[in-house]
Design a protein around this ligand. Sequence first.
Ligand code: PMP
Length: 366
Amino acid sequence: MPTTHRIYNFAAGPAVLPMPVLEEIQRDLVALPRVGMSILEISHRSQTLESIMAAAEADIRALAHIPDTYRVLFLQGGASLQFSMVPMNLLDADSVADYVDAGLFADKAIEEARKVGRVHIAASTKAERYARIPDQSEMTFSPDAAYVHITSNNTIEGTQYRRLPDVGAVPLVSDTSSDMFSRPLDISRHALVYAGAQKNMGPAGVTLVIIRDDLVRSSASRKASLPTMMSYAVLAEHRSLYNTPPAFAIYVLGLVMKWLLAQGGLPAIAQVNERKAAALYAEIDRTGFYRGTAAVADRSLMNVTFRLGTEDLEKQFVADAAAAGMDGLKGHRAVGGIRASIYNAFPEEGVAALVAFMKEFERRHG
Ligand code: PMP
């Protein structure tokens, strides 16, 4: 089999990257043009890496219209470290943060925040196995909350906010790990967004944090009591170069940003994502053989979750799909079922292939 043979990768993350990005990495891996060294080898104090980071930041700002009042940070530790850094930088032991509990990752974020300060659950759909996003009318916010935390897309459960909750003047913090840059981002409604790169932006190893200046200032007031590497103020002050940054991951993220701009930016990629998700949900809803697990109004455009009649049939589905060149369709181990993750770089032909496979599987087993 030639090494360029590729299957359709429906994994939830790390996930598929754009083919032109992989080809550029491959072409330039041994020596970056005009540098003569690999991105894997260059010093983090080199002009080359500084330029790569500056270009990635400029493209992120252009893509999502990020104004100068926000810092763009390239951090490590995954979104999971942000579960801790957000409260450590923004919350005190005797102050309160509001969390919307709409998925298993929100739950993990809540657990970490509770180690730092008080947590008020603004709304929860845990009792409904997180099958939907709570409505604004169900949310109760603390008037004095340090921030409100949401998870814009629930990767495991396959739900996604269609509209941001109205949180008034309280800073809104969003874990956008699984839908970052998949649609336009209204940064003015957010005080901080964070996302691991490994779904929509690049490989694992870098976490994008976009943080408003006033939150950096709040973080600065806690600088003395925080581990240095966990202080937004320190990391912002050193422009993500306090220590050795994950150069390769940032480089790839930068290439993905260029690819996104070339696709026409966020409104254009959002249209493609809507089309891909609509095709899959239409097949799920066609006869009742497949059963979508998320409330229809809150269905994710990124992670399409569904079940079949029995677990045996689901196992068969995953195995037959793998044999047909479609990998990564097994649902998260916490919830079971099937999950098709169709992030920005997932090709439309791959969705068409899955829809055709689903029809054929139903014909054989329905
Ligand atoms: N939040 C969400 C919504 C996620 O999907 C994930 C990873 N699947 C995480 C947080 C944890 O991210 P990481 O593995 O980068 O720590």
